[in-house]
Design a protein around this ligand. Structure first.
Ligand SMILES: [Ca+2]
Length: 295
């Protein structure tokens, strides 16, 4: 069991008050994680337009995050095995400056939309939240991923127009769960009407893969740079995937002039999660912050 200690210290910073929060995490290795959160995060050339530093304890801020539960009854896409809970601390909670999304082996058999699932999890989205859909920008999510086989964590975006894949999908971070090697890699891609895995006749989108050996034990910054003619994905300021707008591209190949919303989730099983081990009990994705910048 991890013990989190939150130390809040007020400091005087060039005439304005800033809060430095140091979170000491004792998990047997005596690791100390100290985070100095600036009053307003900055990135050269960009303006911060939306963020969640996860400084308010309890359920995720309802003014910023909602829950995707649409497919619980009939089952989720891609043969995924989870039930996505809503407003449930066991699956999504904020403490000590971090959002934790937890997937667990349990069955919520009395839930009205229970669909026979053996696992719970949460899928948070900014869809329908004020000022929380964007066209172009720099999106950065600092996160630590689940290590368990069978887990498929994702940080991604979908078009607000609501038709998949026509309105576009941007996968900023996905991690497979079929082998120990999978847990040392992350991937990024896009989907459009012309480029998606469900479309055998037109094309499949390119996929970028990056080795992050400690992705499930350390925090890394997962980043999207989205401009009028390019979608670029990187980790810790190192780009490893890009999709440029094809010349004369129509909406089928470039739906990325319209707005998208953010999604954070852990899926279980399915095409990318693989088989869930018999001894699986629970695992987590921990998120330090989500920041969105625009020009
Ligand atoms: Ca934080």
């Amino acid at each position: 069991m991890k013990i989190n200690v939150l130390l809040a210290v007020s400091m005087l910073f060039s005439g304005s008050m800033a809060v430095a929060a140091a979170s000491a995490e004792s998990n047997g290795t005596s690791s100390l994680v100290a985070a100095l959160t600036p009053a307003s995060p900055t990135r050269s050339g960009w303006k911060l337009v939306w963020s969640d530093e996860f400084d308010v304890e309890g359920l995720p801020d309802p003014t910023k995050w909602g829950y995707d539960t649409d497919r619980n009854k009939q089952g989720w896409y891609n043969n995924e095995l989870q039930y996505y809970a809503k407003d449930r601390l066991e699956n999504a909670s904020v403490q000590g400056g971090f959002l934790t999304i937890t997937t667990r082996r349990e069955s919520l058999t009395t839930a009205a939309d229970y669909g026979g699932q053996l696992y719970t999890s949460a899928r948070l989205t900014t869809r329908d939240k004020p000022s929380a859909t964007w066209t172009y920008g720099f999106m950065e999510v600092r996160a630590k991923l689940p290590c368990s086989l069978g887990t498929w964590p994702a940080i991604w975006m979908l078009g607000t127009n609501g038709i998949w894949p026509d309105d576009g999908e941007i996968d900023i971070m996905e991690q497979k769960g079929t082998s120990a090697d999978d847990k040392t890699k992350v991937s990024a891609t896009i989907h459009t009407k012309a480029y998606n895995h469900a479309n055998g006749t037109v094309g499949v989108a390119p996929v970028g893969v990056r080795t992050i050996a400690d992705a499930c034990t350390q925090f890394h910054n997962y980043q999207l740079t989205w401009t009028t003619d390019k979608v670029m994905v990187g980790v810790d300021d190192a780009e490893y995937f890009s999709y440029a707008k094809p010349e004369y591209a129509g909406y089928a190949k470039w739906p990325f002039d319209d707005s998208q919303y953010l999604i954070l989730n852990i899926a279980l099983g399915g095409f990318m999660g693989g088989e869930v081990p018999k001894n699986f009990v629970s695992d987590q994705m921990v998120v330090d912050y989500v920041r969105v910048y625009q020009k």
